[in-house]
Design a protein around this ligand. Structure first.
Ligand code: PHE
Length: 346
């Protein structure tokens, strides 16, 4: 190839010269610019060029050398920049602290309740949130038109969207439905705790929500008495709210227990002397309870002449409010980290 074409060919290649690392870059320099390099060889050839072409070819050749040097220097700078960047990384620096999440107060309290009852032999039972009428009401001694069904303000699930027909598929309004499931599938003695989410058709406010959490308990055996129920609940209250806690049972009504009661504890905020929390009474209500109605036992296939039992049910939000004084129920489901972070050390 004539010298001029050879120079022009190389000139075209200069902008495309690449090197992936420092070794390749050095190889490029050797290939073109070293003593035995291609460009050096062209300079040697240049000596034999006739004088009348020397000026033009000399300029071209110098251009080739400058551009090649320029390209190689440019590639070198890129490497050096990258290297400086890696040098700047201080791999021994302690990393930014990882923010740990916090346990939800309702989970903390639910687990505490489970823990307390598990120490006196209760095991955990769970059941579905989408239930049928039979397990939530029917087997629990609610008559077909029982006003308690209304009282609970149940969410019924329409089988066909938009068609409002009476249906027996519903969101459970209490976890007593888990108790019916346990009673129909296990033989006494039964001693279970049923924690879970329940749904009631209520407008959301600081004091009410359309879903909340319950822990219900059920104990069935021979000769279970109301005194056993009272002892278990007193033990629970003292473990949960402190050894000085007192309880009182007031007569009440539930379709599935007879007799039924509501239980108050001495106000853990004022210690029973009366404050705005307990409305000056010194007592706060925390749960419903009673002896399982024989009709319920029979409906679940348990001989009510041989066995008796007690049941109780409490709202986890209520217990949490008492423990942590959360005034607005909505805080429990809003997931505001400013609220949740306060339970970091719990
Ligand atoms: N199931 C009742 C409720 O949701 C609570 C309860 C349970 C009452 C067991 C008595 C016995 O309100």
């Amino acid at each position: 190839m004539a010298l001029k074409e050879h120079i022009q060919e190389l000139l075209k290649q200069v902008p495309g010269l690449q090197a992936a690392n420092a070794e390749e870059l050095e190889a490029l320099r050797i290939k073109y610019l070293s003593k035995k390099g291609e460009i050096t060889a062209l300079f040697n050839e240049f000596r034999d060029v006739p004088n009348d072409q020397k000026r033009e070819l000399g300029q071209l050749l110098n251009q080739l050398r400058q551009e090649t040097e320029g390209r190689i220097n440019c590639l070198r700078e890129q490497f050096e920049e990258k290297k400086a960047e890696t040098d700047r990384l201080d791999l021994t620096r302690t990393p930014d602290p990882i923010e740990l999440g916090t346990r939800h107060p309702l989970s903390l309290v639910r687990e505490e309740i489970e823990d307390i009852f598990s120490r006196i032999g209760f095991t955990i039972a769970q059941g579905p949130e989408v239930e049928d009428d039979k397990h939530v009401y029917g087997m629990l001694n609610f008559a077909p038109e029982h006003p308690a069904r209304d009282m609970q303000d149940t969410f019924f699930i329409e089988k066909e969207i938009g068609v409002q027909k009476p249906t027996d598929v519903l969101l459970r309004s209490h976890t007593s439905s888990v108790q019916t499931r346990v009673m129909t599938s296990q033989k006494p003695p039964i001693r279970v705790l049923c924690p879970g989410r329940v749904y009631r058709n209520e407008a959301i406010s600081a004091r009410a929500h359309c879903f909340f959490h319950q822990v219900e308990g059920l104990y069935i055996d021979k000769n279970v008495s109301f005194a056993d129920l009272r002892e278990a609940l007193l033990y629970f209250s003292k473990e949960m709210f402190g050894a000085d806690t007192k309880i009182r049972l007031r007569p009440s009504y539930f379709p599935f227990t007879e007799p039924s009661a509501e239980m108050d504890i001495s106000c853990n905020i004022c210690g029973g002397t009366g404050c705005s929390f307990c409305k000056g009474t010194g007592w706060v209500e925390i749960l419903g309870c009673g002896m399982v109605d024989p009709n319920v036992l029979e409906a679940c296939g348990i001989d009510s002449k041989e066995y008796s039992g007690y049941a109780f049910g409490m709202g986890v939000e209520r217990i949490t409010n008492l423990k942590y004084r959360v005034k607005d129920l909505r805080l429990f489901s809003e997931n505001d980290v400013r609220f949740l972070k306060q339970f970091e050390s719990c």
